[in-house]
Structures are given as structure tokens and as C-alpha cells.
Design a protein around this ligand. Structure first.
Ligand code: ADP
Length: 662
């Protein structure tokens, strides 16, 4: 490579001249010349030439001394020694002092050129290698720094997303801001709801004791500028001495904190004492951290909201008088039970969550109610607990969890109901006799004298009204008899056969309304023990209702199925359906659904109450699933009685209740 600078140190003017004129200049090397050792050393150190051609015998300082001094000064310039004396001893000495080559005087031009070329190439290669090594070391250091930063960001990301305690999270964030940008101070500011003021959520490294309580107007502060524009602000004293940096501040960096697409805060780092300026790389790091901060703040806020809702809910659940328990579907393990439930079932304050419910609660009616549940819809029943109180239990499937049971103490309502039932039964009983004779006399009116056409019409209307009243009284009396358990025969009844008869009786009613009435009978006897008239009453009423509440051209289908120990009766229609708000009360006495589609349909709201009483008297249960304007499905289940048992065994009568035999 041309233009390299070569220093010739030689006291012989001829020799120096020869080298400059014949070797260096023609080959485009720049020549520097010194005629004694001292000058040579000075030029060598001051000019740092690319190569030194050094004579050993020099005035003021010998060649060996020059070499020694160059070494002491850690000179990297290669040296070629020129001498007349070629002793081995000296060669060893000069090579020890780092000399690259050795040329004996007198020398040929070519010989010297070759030595110069070799030494310079070697020096060039060494320089390049050194440069490469330095570059490699620099990029290694840079890479290491980046890896450290990434690791820091990663671990911050991990810890902030798992931290739900907002205070700890914020502290971690400002500490990380300082660490990543090598800053002295960091703070995290959040804007208030009206977007007028910024307040400090967390800070580190700031001495001012009032800083945390300070407020900054969004309109006039640097942080506020970030809120308004959504852009970061980077201010370095070195870049712009006239910048709006506060006094005694060397560098400031603000990045926006964006939550739900709105800038809600600012992450800031400052340098006051140290002059270190912030770079675009610091800006990128801080922005990444701000993204983490935004996500984790949102998470922490959500978590806190959920937590406070959960606490509120838990308090409400524990304070209310109703008994509440939630259990898992597959395992029947307790998910939660409120204080009232624990108290009434005597479970104490020990942790019961996770225990199988039936290990702790043995009340037969309760266990049976929970065990025989449908997967959807809502179930209600009354359960008598050990303290002789009666609870209305409602069982609701809870999606993804299991089922919730809420129990309300209805003992006082039951007592009231009983008083009311007795009153209604007495009144009905007392009314029946006069109504029967009224009906008799009314029907006889036409027989004891001729009536005008209008009188006959009035008599017919009175008679029809009396029929309705008598039907209502009969229903009321039926209900009180069933509830009291009187008159309940126990005979073998084949529900399949009975349903066949009822369906064929009601086919005519269905065809008058152009309705399709379909029956799927069971392949084997569906035998139960009960009062045939009462069972007939239930089936007739359910089929009657399905036809009544299904418009013309509708379809009603009845299915009776027999399982190992149960008879399932299902009646499905595509009629008016029942609004979900009415469903829980549909089996209550006198409860009727009021809407414009039913305004013409007569009824007293007693039929389903009778059905429920009969089914429950025989140890079964009845429920409805319905979709308003789509149709309804009423289902009841009764215990199956194997044929031989029905002949041999009579049901046990306990008090007023008829218990089905096992
Ligand atoms: P009612 O004498 O009013 O028919 P019920 O006790 O038999 O009394 O029925 C109570 C209420 O339930 C009725 O008013 C009716 O609106 C509703 N209902 C009963 N069965 C059905 C059904 N299959 N489809 C729609 N609604 C029904």
C-alpha cells in the first residue's frame, strides 16, 4: 500500500539519502529522516510512522537504546535494523526488543524493498487483526448489553404480569426504568379522569419529599405534552442547550403509557448529576417498558375490580339469611357454602370447600333433591330439615361450575298456607251443598212450569255458571283431600295403558282443533302403585292443558318410558309456551299466566297444583321446561313397581303420607 510513512534513523547522510531517493520515493513511501538516536526516538513517538529503518550505531542514543525506549513507550511501529555488524549476539538482542527484520549494510535496493514490504504487510495484517478483534469485542460487549437488557425486560414482563399487587408492581416498574436506561430518577405519572392533572403513582431516586404528593397540570408540563400528543419527549442538554430542560437537569425522557387506546400516563427518567444523555435506544427500551406497564396496570386494575366484586359478593352471600351452597357437577364437591348454610347444617367454621358434600350432609330429602337433577333449567322443592323447619330449595345449574342450591326458610309461609288451605277446604265444603241444591233447583225450573225463551236463556246461563263454581269447588276439595292424604287408594296402575285410554278419549277434542295428538307407549308395563282415579286426573289434566294452550294445527306428543326403577311421563307441545318469569310459580295454586293469547282460555289455576300434589304424594316429582311462544314440555317421574311386588306388597302408610315401597 503506497503512502505509508517510513522513518529512517541513520547518522550517515549518504545512506539515508540513498534509502529515501532510491528505495522510498520511487515506491511512493513518505520518508521521514532523523540523524541521531534522540531525534529518531522523538520523531518516532511524535509522528507514529508506519515503519522505522534503524541504524544501530547512532550518536546521542544507540539503536539498541532507541529500541528499548520505543518498547517502554509501548510503540507498535515495526522496526527494521540496518547494520554492518552481523554478530549473532546482537541479532538475538534486537529481536528480543521486538525488531521485525534485519538488513546488512551495504544492501541492494531490492533487498531493502522486500524487507520493507514484509514488515509493512505484517504490520498491516496485525493492525487489521487488532481492529477486527476490537470490533468483535465491541460488538460482543454490545450484544451482551442487549441480552442483559432483553433478559431484564423479559423478567420484568414475567414479574409484572404475575404481580397483582399494584404498589409492588409500580415499584418494580420504576426500578426497571432506572436499570434499563442507566438513569438517576424515574417516575410513573397517571392522568386523572378529567385529563387535567397528572399525579405520581410511583417514583425512585427523587429526593424531593413533596414530589409524591405533587400534581402537574396537563396543559403546561412536559409530561402533559406527552399526554396530549401521544408522542415521547427526549431532551438532552448536549443536543440543545436552549431546550426547555429544567435547571440542573442534564437529560430527560418521557414515554406515553397507552391503555385501551388512550394515553393514560407517562413513564419518565431523568439524569441530574451525571451528564449521561439519553439515546434513541433508551427511548425504545423505555417505550417497551411502558407497554408492559400499561398492560400490567390494566391487569392489576381488573384484578382489583374482580377482587373487590368477589369480596362484596362473598360478604353479601355470608350476610343473607338464605342458605347458599355451590357444588361441582361430577364430584359433588363443595365449591362454596355461606354462613347460613353452615349454621343450619351444623358444619362449623372449618374449611369445607373441596370436600364431597354428601360426606358432610346426610339429610335424605336434601340429598335426593340434589342427586336427581336435570342438567339445565331450574328445580324447586320443599325440604324439611332436622330443626323441623321447612325450606324452599331452588337448584340452578351454573355453567362451567356445577349447581347452586339456594334454600329459603318458608316455615311461616307453610303455616299460613295451611291455615289458608283449611279455610278454603272448610268454605268449599260448606259451599258445595247449597250450590248442589241451587243447581238442582235451577235445572228443575223448566220442569215445574213453562218458561219464556229469555227465561230459559237466563236459566241456562245460571246453570252453566253453577257448573263452573261446582267444578272449582270440586277441584279445591280434591286438592285439600290429596294434600291431607285422604282417600288415596293404592292399587297397581299401568300408566302406559291408562295413557292409551286417555289419549283415545281426547283424540276427538284434538281433531276438532285440527291438532295432532301422538302417543309413544312403552314396550313393557309401566306399573306403579297408586290411586287410578288420581293418576288419571293428572294425565288427563296435562294432555288437556297441552291441547288447550296449543293453537289449532299444533302438535302434542306424549311419551311414557320405563327405566330400571322409574316411570317417565313426558308431554311435549309446540304451543304458547310459558314466559320464563312465570315458570317458577306455574305449579302454585291459583297461578295463571296472563297474556293476550290466553285471555279467552278459561281456568282457575288449580290443575297443575293438583298434578304436583298427586305426583309428590306417590314419591315422584314433576317439572316443566318451556320456551315462550315455542312450546312446553311437562315431565313427571314416578317410582316403578315390579308386577309381583304390587300383588304381594301393600304400600306402607306413615301418618298422612303414603310412602312408596322400596
Ligand atoms: P289453568 O286452569 O289456568 O289451566 P293450570 O294449573 O292447569 O291452570 O295451569 C296454570 C297455568 O299454566 C295456565 O294458566 C297456563 O297459562 C299455563 N300452562 C299450563 N299448561 C301449559 C301448556 N301446556 N302450555 C302453555 N301454558 C301452560
Amino acid at each position: 500500500m503506497a503512502n505509508e510513512r517510513v522513518l529512517v534513523i541513520d547518522d550517515s547522510i549518504d545512506n539515508s539519502q540513498f534509502i529515501v531517493d532510491c528505495v522510498l520515493k520511487p515506491n511512493e513511501y513518505q520518508a521521514l529522516v532523523a540523524y541521531d538516536g534522540e531525534e529518531g526516538l522523538r520523531v518516532a513517538l511524535a509522528e507514529q510512522p508506519d515503519l522505522i529503518l534503524l541504524d544501530l550505531k547512532l550518536p546521542k542514543m544507540s539503536g539498541l537504546e532507541v529500541l528499548g525506549a520505543l518498547n517502554e513507550n509501548q510503540s507498535k511501529t515495526p522496526v527494521i535494523v540496518m547494520t554492518f555488524h552481523g554478530s549473532e549476539k546482537m541479532a538475538v538482542q534486537v529481536f528480543r526488543l521486538g525488531v521485525k527484520d534485519y538488513v546488512l549494510k551495504p544492501f541492494e535496493v531490492g533487498e531493502m524493498l522486500e524487507a520493507i514490504g514484509r514488515a509493512l504487510t505484517e504490520a498491516r495484517l496485525r493492525r487489521e487483526r487488532d481492529e477486527l478483534t476490537t470490533r468483535l469485542m465491541n460488538s460482543n460487549a454490545e450484544l451482551e448489553r442487549r441480552v442483559r437488557e432483553l433478559n431484564t425486560l423479559f423478567s420484568i414482563g414475567k414479574s409484572v404480569t404475575s404481580l397483582h399487587n399494584q404498589d409492588r408492581l409500580l415499584t418494580r416498574l420504576v426500578e426497571a426504568a432506572i436499570y434499563l436506561t442507566n438513569a438517576e430518577e424515574a417516575s410513573l405519572l397517571l392522568v386523572d379522569d378529567q385529563a387535567e392533572e397528572l399525579r405520581v403513582l410511583a417514583s425512585r431516586g427523587i429526593d424531593d419529599p413533596h414530589f409524591k404528593a405533587a400534581r402537574w397540570p396537563v396543559k403546561e408540563s412536559l409530561a402533559g405534552q406527552v399526554i396530549t400528543t401521544g408522542q415521547p419527549v427526549l431532551l438532552n442538554r448536549d443536543d440543545s442547550p436552549a431546550s426547555p430542560l429544567p435547571d440542573q437537569t442534564q437529560a430527560m425522557l418521557f414515554v406515553p403509557l397507552t391503555m385501551k387506546e388512550r394515553v393514560r400516563g407517562v413513564l419518565n427518567v431523568n439524569n441530574r448529576r451525571q451528564a449521561r444523555q439519553f439515546s434513541n435506544h433508551d427511548l425504545r427500551l423505555l417505550s417497551t417498558l411502558a407497554d408492559y406497564a400499561a398492560v400490567s396496570l390494566e391487569n392489576a386494575q381488573l384484578f382489583q375490580q374482580v377482587e373487590s366484586e368477589r369480596t362484596k359478593l362473598a360478604t353479601v352471600l355470608n350476610e343473607i339469611e338464605e342458605l347458599v351452597i355451590v357444588i361441582e357437577n361430577e364430584t359433588d364437591r363443595i365449591v362454596m357454602a355461606n354462613a347460613a348454610f353452615r349454621r343450619v347444617f351444623g358444619l362449623g367454621p372449618a374449611i369445607i370447600e373441596g370436600s364431597p358434600l354428601f360426606d358432610l350432609v346426610q339429610n335424605e330429602a336434601f340429598v335426593k333433591f340434589i342427586a336427581s337433577l336435570p342438567t339445565e333449567g331450574l328445580r324447586r322443592t320443599q325440604i324439611k330439615l332436622a330443626d323441623n323447619r321447612i325450606y324452599l330449595a331452588t337448584l340452578t345449574p351454573v355453567l362451567g361450575i356445577g349447581r347452586a342450591i339456594i334454600m329459603q326458610d318458608v316455615t311461616h309461609l307453610q303455616e299460613l298456607d295451611q291455615v289458608k288451605a283449611n279455610f278454603v277446604a272448610n268454605i268449599s265444603h260448606d259451599l258445595r251443598t247449597p250450590f248442589v241444591s241451587l243447581k238442582g233447583y235451577t235445572d228443575m225450573l223448566g220442569m215445574v212450569g213453562s218458561l219464556t225463551e229469555r227465561q230459559s236463556l237466563f236459566v241456562d246461563r245460571i246453570s252453566a255458571g253453577l257448573d263452573k263454581m261446582l267444578a272449582l269447588i270440586d277441584n279445591l276439595l280434591d286438592l285439600s283431600k290429596i294434600e291431607a292424604g285422604f282417600e288415596l287408594e293404592s292399587e297397581a296402575v299401568d300408566l302406559g295403558q291408562l295413557t292409551t285410554e286417555i289419549i283415545s278419549e281426547l283424540q276427538e277434542v284434538a281433531s276438532l282443533r285440527r291438532q295432532q295428538l301422538v302417543y309413544h307407549a312403552p314396550p313393557r308395563p309401566a306399573q306403579l302403585l297408586g290411586d287410578a282415579d288420581r293418576v288419571r286426573q293428572v294425565v288427563t289434566h296435562l294432555v288437556d292443558n297441552a291441547l288447550k294452550y296449543t293453537p289449532e294445527n299444533g302438535r302434542v306428543s306424549v311419551i311414557v318410558r320405563v327405566t330400571d326403577d322409574q316411570i317417565v311421563f313426558k308431554i311435549e307441545d309446540d304451543g304458547l309456551g310459558i314466559p320464563s318469569a312465570d315458570l317458577p310459580f306455574i305449579f302454585d295454586k291459583f297461578y295463571r299466566v296472563e297474556d293476550k293469547d290466553r285471555s279467552e282460555i278459561q281456568g282457575a289455576g288449580l290443575g297443575l297444583a293438583i298434578c304436583k300434589s298427586v305426583v309428590e304424594k306417590y314419591g315422584g316429582s314433576i317439572w316443566v321446561e318451556s320456551e315462550y311462544h315455542r312450546g312446553s314440555t311437562f315431565t313427571f317421574i314416578l317410582p316403578l313397581t315390579p308386577p309381583e311386588e304390587s300383588e304381594a306388597t301393600q304400600p306402607a302408610v306413615v301418618g298422612s303420607e303414603v310412602m312408596p315401597t322400596a
